[in-house]
Design a protein around this ligand. Structure first.
Ligand code: DGY
Length: 319
């Protein structure tokens, strides 16, 4: 029987269909994640690994697993996996796009609204007993309705965010490797070069994958181009923004606020200086975290693993 390593404890109903066909090794915790060394040792005799975004599957790991046939990653992003090394060694990699598009767009918009209207800051203060009086400029934020939204990375989630923005009468700019001419016509989005988008937008949403080209895409120069009243939202990957440059820009009020669902290091170390700033709204990487969507993503992993061992082409094959 082929063996599967599941790197986090997943709900029984999700794993059950695999039990008749595979020998399952499932990590004991849905909270404490495997270390790299634990992953390496647990994976040594398996044919399939069902990974989470937090599992680093690098070349050394792939090369230490001669029996490995498939890595099925729970998430649309797969920057945690060395896909080139997988390809070279004939290891199939799959991901879970599509089913999470609307859920992630909902979260993106929630974070945008929360950052604009200082919602978590105000709630924190109220709970801590700091609401002693009401004054006219207290907790005043930025208007979303009618503002300009700049989306960097106009894939499926970008389009879903842009559709929501239309309901808020926002002017939508986007920057992408390729123009989306059809969507431009259908929804009235406008293509902009990166610098122009940064200069003109009130809200900037990052939705690009993390690749060598996008690593550090938003640094000091780019933050300097933004309006003093602008807010940046990152729901993609932490490494796309230079966190040190972001901290400096927020601390010195070069930009107005940030909403972050992702960080360079996750889980975020509590000494990350961004956590000290009131104008940063933070979330623990929950873009796709609705019950229905997470179950649908897991179902895609199950189907991909089954397909590989039935010698069928899995849907959502990355390499
Ligand atoms: C993904 O699946 O890559 C997203 O980051 C989920 O939130």
């Amino acid at each position: 029987m082929n063996k599967i390593l599941i790197t986090r404890k997943l709900p029984d109903e999700v794993v059950k269909p695999l039990k008749d066909k595979f020998e399952i090794k499932m990590w004991h915790s849905d909270d404490v994640q495997m270390t790299y060394e634990e992953l390496k040792s647990e994976a040594k005799d398996v044919q399939a690994i069902w990974t989470m975004l937090s599992d680093k599957v690098d070349r050394a790991l792939i090369e230490s697993l001669p029996n490995l046939k498939v890595i099925s990653n729970l998430g649309v992003g797969y920057n945690n996996i060395d896909v080139e090394a997988a390809k070279e060694h004939g290891v199939i990699v799959t991901n879970t796009p599509g089913v999470l598009t609307e859920t992630t767009a909902d979260l993106t918009f929630s974070l945008l609204l929360a950052s604009a209207r200082r919602i978590t800051e105000a709630e924190r203060d109220l709970r801590a007993g700091f609401w002693k009086s009401r004054s006219p400029m207290q907790y005043t934020g930025m208007d979303v309705f009618g503002a300009t939204l700049g989306i960097i990375g106009m894939g499926r989630i970008g389009e879903a965010v842009a559709r929501r923005a239309k309901g808020f009468d926002m002017n939508v700019l986007y920057h992408n490797r390729t123009r989306k001419i059809e969507a431009e016509k259908e929804f009235g989005f406008t293509y902009a070069e990166l610098d122009a988008l940064l200069q003109e937008s009130d809200f900037i949403v990052l939705l690009t994958p993390l690749t060598p080209e996008t690593k550090g895409l938003i640094g000091e120069r780019e933050l300097d181009l933004m309006k003093e009243t602008a807010t940046i939202i990152n729901v993609a990957r932490g490494g796309i923004i230079d966190e040190k440059a972001l901290y400096d820009a927020l601390k010195t009020n070069k930009i107005w606020a940030a909403g972050l669902d992702v960080f360079e290091t996750e889980p975020v170390p509590m000494d990350n200086p961004l956590l000290t700033l009131p104008n940063v709204t933070v979330l623990p990487h929950i873009g796709s975290a609705s019950v229905r969507t997470r179950l649908a993503m897991m179902q895609m992993n199950v189907e991909a693993i089954e397909a590989v061992f039935e010698n069928k082409e899995p849907e959502n094959r990355v390499v």
